[in-house]
Unconditional design. Structure first.
Length: 499
């Protein structure tokens, strides 16, 4: 949109509500598909006659494609129009979801997931940017709260929904549920939002930056996804991926900082408020996501829960998060965001540390209530932090900043998942060895050896799980302290003119 043109009037009434629901649903679908497949791998592997390890490629392929596309959002929006990119992305997301659901082989599924990830990548940052753009100034905090809830709740609901669908229907339906949502969102968003589209800017394409981005992000994502499987740096494949990641990243940073029209605007990291927000986000979201990955694994494999019930327990974190989001949105614009983020992240750390005292005889309520309380801190951390980050950059850079914010969140979640699951397995082995050394055969001569070993394994898993919770709790404390590196915010994020 040129500077001489008047900005379109924000939506009102039922149109405003519909636009908010459509954009939130699109974001929810994209984030949901990051985790909905996690508990479905065994079903997919059995149906396609592949190994569970091969089945995990359905997770990796989506994550890599999405991670590559998210930071490109700002460039795509400027070149083709934010609304056009959003509508095309959500429509293609539905088409490629159908391709995944109809897959009859691993190769077909992987292609479908790659295309689905490419389509889903821009949905997260653009849904946020468009929400802020179409809402009037006095309601933008509420809009950000709505968007934040979908971002926080979707990864938690994913395992539950995936487990329930696989337990009661069939795995293709985890993809098929996206089709009606995507088509309705594409039609509705075009009818409601097309007048908000910006005029495309036909700058030259930074092909070198694009290639470097694909190389280093792809190598990093594959490395963190497959590191555990290949025993990390004991494998030449992982070492090669690490070298490609480091060299590719350095070349990418140097090129983008010196390129006149970079495909990813890295210069916004020069803003202390924005870079501090990214640091706090990565530490906090990584800790949060890492613990949420461990909970269903622990409950399903060692506490006797089904995929449906373990997902339901994990989803407890989203209950109070939804209820508290409107209050967090209002608080984010009334108080210094640093104070809100500081105390909410400390709350997340405290509730996580409480979980580090878990035991094998815990009841459903004893596990669920701490997770329920933990979720209360999520919107009070995420909404003010997002506002602080976006208010720190120029309005013209908000789309790029939003894309890099989503990229950092996605990447921190992937890295945290890899670190946590590897550490969890290592700690289980360590505690098992220590406990086995304490028990002597003469003490339990009348008890079958297999039963003793099973009891030792259960206790080892519990100790390892508590260890993960404890480390995550202290990482939250570190993240809370990091927010004070940001300067005092002087304004609220205003993205009315951002694309």
């Amino acid at each position: 949109m040129s500077k001489t043109e008047a900005a379109p009037r924000p939506l009102q009434g039922i149109e405003l509500i519909l636009a908010g629901v459509i954009l939130a649903c699109a974001n929810f679908a994209a984030v949901l598909d990051m985790t909905i497949v996690n508990v479905s791998i065994s079903h997919i592997a059995g149906s396609l006659a592949i190994s569970p390890v091969e089945g995990t490629y359905a997770i990796t392929s989506y994550a890599v494609a999405e991670a590559v596309m998210v930071p490109l959002t700002g460039w795509l929006a400027a070149r083709f129009g934010s609304v056009r990119v959003f509508v095309t992305s959500i429509f293609m997301f539905g088409i490629f979801s159908a391709l995944c659901g109809f897959s009859t082989s691993l190769s077909m599924l992987i292609v479908g997931r790659i295309l689905q990830g490419l389509a889903g990548g821009p949905l997260m940052p653009l849904s946020q940017t468009l929400l802020m753009q179409v809402y009037p100034q006095n309601k933008r905090a509420t809009a950000l709260g709505l968007w934040s809830v979908t971002t926080l709740v979707a990864p938690v609901v994913g395992p539950y929904l995936g487990g329930y669908i696989c337990d009661n229907w069939a795995w293709p339906n985890i993809f098929m549920i996206n089709i009606p949502i995507a088509l309705l969102c594409a039609l509705g968003s075009w009818r409601l939002l097309k007048r908000f589209d910006n005029k495309p800017v036909r700058d030259k394409v930074d092909f070198v930056g694009l290639i470097l981005l694909v190389v280093w992000v792809g190598a990093l994502q594959i490395m963190v996804d497959k590191g555990k499987e290949y025993d990390w740096f004991e494998s030449k494949i992982i070492i090669a991926l690490a070298i490609v990641t480091v060299i590719g990243f350095l070349c990418f940073v140097i090129w983008e900082l010196t390129e006149e029209k970079p495909i990813v605007n890295l210069r916004i990291f020069g803003n202390r408020g924005y870079s501090t927000s990214i640091l706090t986000l990565c530490l906090s979201f990584g800790s949060c996501f890492g613990t949420l990955v461990i909970v269903p694994l622990w409950l399903q494999n060692y506490m006797g829960y089904t995929a449906t019930w373990s997902g339901m327990v994990s989803a407890c974190t989203g209950v109070l998060a939804i209820m508290a989001a409107p209050f967090a949105a209002k608080l984010a614009v009334k108080l210094d965001a640093r104070y809100v983020v500081f105390f909410s992240v400390l709350w997340l750390g405290a509730t996580t540390l409480y979980l580090s005292f878990s035991a094998t005889n815990m009841t459903l309520a004893q596990i669920s209530i701490p997770l329920l309380l933990n979720g209360l801190g999520m919107p009070f951390f995420f909404i003010p932090l997002t506002n602080l980050a976006l208010s720190s950059v120029d309005p013209k850079d908000v789309a790029s900043a939003s894309g890099l914010l989503s990229f950092s969140r996605t990447l921190s979640g992937a890295i945290a998942t890899s670190i946590v699951t590897t550490s969890w397995d290592n700690q289980i082995s360590r505690f098992h060895e220590e406990l086995a050394g304490i028990i002597t055969s003469s003490q339990y001569a009348t008890i079958p050896r297999a039963l003793i070993d099973y009891a030792v394994q259960i206790q080892s898993v519990m100790l390892a799980t508590d260890h993960i919770f404890m480390v995550a709790g202290f990482t939250f404390a570190l993240a809370a302290g990091a927010i004070w590196l940001a300067p005092k915010p002087t304004r609220v994020a205003d993205t009315a003119g951002a694309h």
